[in-house]
Write a protein that binds this ligand. Structure first.
Ligand code: DHB
Length: 391
């Protein structure tokens, strides 16, 4: 009798200890951040990693009583590697969310895994319109090329530009940009000729010769983030900077990471996009200052803001689900809205794409640095491809 009392007392103490231990050692929620950290698109990886880490530094690593752990993996810009890393992170590390995805093929490759494993996939960079249709678990905090491009066609047609040559990287986002611009601009009576340049190791010079011969009012360019400097160098070598051909396009070609290095040749380029380091708001001033402080010699570009907002979306989603992942988390993310460094944004609950302002900008020198200076705003723009399908 006495022995039984003793044993049950020990048992109760053991249970208490075990519970205490569990409460002390918080559960971990893992986020797999898969990015091109090396190779030609490493600037995208560097920007997003820096922004994601800044977000965690500012907001802490506890959400809904759980510890957030960020696991960064380098896919080197190769889609098969992205897919293998996603598989390992899901199976071995039991991640709750995968995020990053620097290019369209890298976002598409793991999409079937997101669906099978019910792991939300937060696309922070890739921008081909159809990506969110590849899995009901994909949500995007970057943009779509048609979303950024249609306002460019409107601006061009309203500003005396009649004849345009488009020059785009020959893959998803470039083709999206070409189609969106051509459709909208010819719809307003403009004339367009289309050229496509390979994505890998692009040599722009034969295409730029064609542009010089065609003598358009403007050259519309899409190249992915980080490649604009190579393009601009060849633009100057072909003498196009002195030809009177105006440079226009979505903002990828003049991204804030490389714009300063381009020099005065970039001055006057008109682009349309969702983010500029020069965006005039208290949220953006604080973001740029903190980003530069944490990463000397870097200036945040639109990739950084996609990473920063992606982390915000994950944190706010987890708060709503009390730390649960899976279907509950993706559902919690739908319809969220917040004030980003880029301006007001929300997640369209139907498409899981981001709804945001698109700004018309001009490259200017400000305080000794080159910036995309915003001078007009088109508010609350949805991806026009999906908006047209819905109607
Ligand atoms: C994509 C990549 C970029 O670097 C960019 O600026 C836009 C789109 C992409 O591959 O989707």
């Amino acid at each position: 009798m006495r022995r039984r009392t003793f044993l049950s007392a020990v048992g109760a103490a053991a249970v208490t200890l075990a519970l205490g231990g569990a409460a002390l050692a918080q559960e971990t929620v893992k986020i797999g951040l898969i990015l091109p950290m090396t190779g030609p698109f490493a600037s995208t990886g560097r920007q997003i990693e820096a922004a994601a880490k800044l977000y965690m530094q500012q907001k802490g690593d506890t959400v809904a009583g759980k510890t957030i752990q960020l696991i960064v993996k380098d896919d080197t810009g190769v889609a098969d590697v992205t897919k293998r890393l996603a598989q390992e992170l899901i199976v071995n590390d039991k991640i709750a969310v995968m995020a990053g995805f620097g290019l369209t093929p890298l976002a598409l490759a793991p999409a079937p895994l997101a669906t099978q494993a019910k792991v939300p996939q937060v696309v922070m960079a890739a921008a081909t319109a159809t990506i969110t249709e590849a899995s009901p678990f994909i949500v995007r905090t970057s943009f779509t090329l048609p979303q950024a491009t249609v306002p460019m066609a409107d601006w061009a047609s309203q500003n005396g530009i009649k004849k345009v040559v488009t020059l785009v990287s020959d893959y998803g986002p470039g083709i999206d940009a070409e189609k969106a611009f051509t459709g909208a601009f010819t719809g307003k009576g403009g004339q367009v000729e289309n050229l496509r340049v390979p994505l890998a190791n692009p040599d722009f010079s034969p295409f730029l010769q064609k542009v010089a011969d065609a003598k358009p009012d403007a050259l519309f360019v899409f190249v992915p983030s980080g490649i604009g400097a190579q393009f601009m160098k060849q633009f100057v070598e072909r003498g196009l900077d002195k030809s009177g051909v105006k440079l226009i396009g979505p903002g990828d070609v003049t991204d804030d990471d490389i714009l300063n290095g381009m020099g005065d040749v970039a001055l006057g380029a008109i682009t349309t996009q969702h983010y500029s380091a020069a965006h005039d708001s208290p949220e953006n001033k604080a973001f740029v200052e903190a980003f530069k402080k944490a990463n000397p010699n870097m200036r945040p570009n639109f990739m950084a803001v996609g990473g920063y907002d992606g982390m915000h979306l994950i944190y706010e989603g987890l708060k709503k689900t009390n730390g649960q992942g899976g279907q509950a988390l993706i559902d919690a993310m739908k319809g969220l809205s917040w004030t980003s460094p880029r301006g007001p944004v929300s997640i369209d609950p139907q498409t899981r794409d981001i709804v945001q302002n698109i700004y018309v900008r001009k490259v200017e020198r400000k305080d000794g640095e080159l910036y995309n200076v915003e001078f007009a705003t088109i508010p609350n723009v949805k991806d026009p491809v999906k908006a047209a399908k819905a109607n």
